[in-house]
Design a protein around this ligand. Sequence first.
Ligand SMILES: Cc1ncc(COP(=O)(O)O)c(C=O)c1O
Length: 387
Amino acid sequence: MYRIGQEEIDAVAEVIKTGKLFRYGIGNACETFEKRYAEYLGVKHVMLNTSSTVSLNAALAGLKIGPGDEVLVPACTYIATAIAVLAVGAIPVVVDIDESLTMDPKAVEAAIGPHTKAIIPVHMWGLVCDMDPLMEIAKKHNLLVIEDACQCVGGAYKGRMCGSIGHVGAFSFNYYKNMSAGEGGATVTNDDDAAMRIGCMIDCCQFYWAGREKSIPLFTSAGSRASEIEGAILNVQLDRLPGMIKAMRAQKKRILNAMADIKEFKPLKYNSLDWECGAYAGFLLPDADTANRFQAIHPCMIAGKTGRHVYTEWDPIIEKQGAPNPVLNPYNLKENKDCRMDLKRDQCPKSLEILNRAVMIATHPDRSDADTDALIEKVRAAAKQIL
Ligand SMILES: Cc1ncc(COP(=O)(O)O)c(C=O)c1O
């Protein structure tokens, strides 16, 4: 979250004053946001919910992925991406990232097996996946594509909004995201059938509030309805998003350009530099040791060392604990017996090697040009010290 203030206070106060905190038949903040965000993304359905772990889970269920299916996920993402796969009874299979820090299309193609049903490209840290080759591979092998755009709210790939390119997309609005209501999520799609199923996942009782089409096969779920407070905050945050993204993109380019003469600071592979969020200027240093020495002088993020974004940190998955009860654990289901269930910590050495030397300098939409220049000077000075 970059900004929050009086406008959000006013929007929430309005909801509280009217007492209209429930969305169906009472308030209209969630519905307004869903319509506006659908237009912003260029998709038919936006379905708000309480977190993106739920959004991803609903996306997978919406596409009828379940026991017996493998879903390819990248070596670098928050564990929730893989947890959502297990939550529908399927098995996550980890594949390498490339120098963009996102899913390597070549690794995806090499990893496709007889049980692979879907892939989840994750647009990490505002960077975007190379969606053209990924969509081509998916089409060739008849795979479904769920875009995890949790960390790329407002980002796009070659002019198409992230989350709108695959069959279904998922967004997070938790505290750390470009738009935030503290917690929150949305599942988006153009697919009417998937949308009906996603609706059941988000609110298994939606037919009480929204009426029931008899042709819609209902099923039960845990449910995760958004409140009008979430909707009200997000309506304000959406107004600000385009300006913030524009500022971050410009700042990122300024940093990249300023480092262009230092060959040891090789820019990441940017799949769509003009369109991604611009949250970080990322560089690949010659090796992990150089990256560590740089970080010791200039505080920054090393992609492989955030403590929670690399598959090696996914203990419950490595330990095959995919549910609170062994009977429900996808790793114990007979339907999954032919799926690739083992995740070894040394499975993706190429990804680890890249992530441990990827140095990420954060941008900020409120940083002035003068402060950006001062930051660049510090980064350059630190670079000279270690090289
Ligand atoms: C890439 C990615 N996927 C999924 C999630 C899960 O989102 P939430 O925290 O809204 O459940 C996150 C959250 O940080 C994330 O970064």
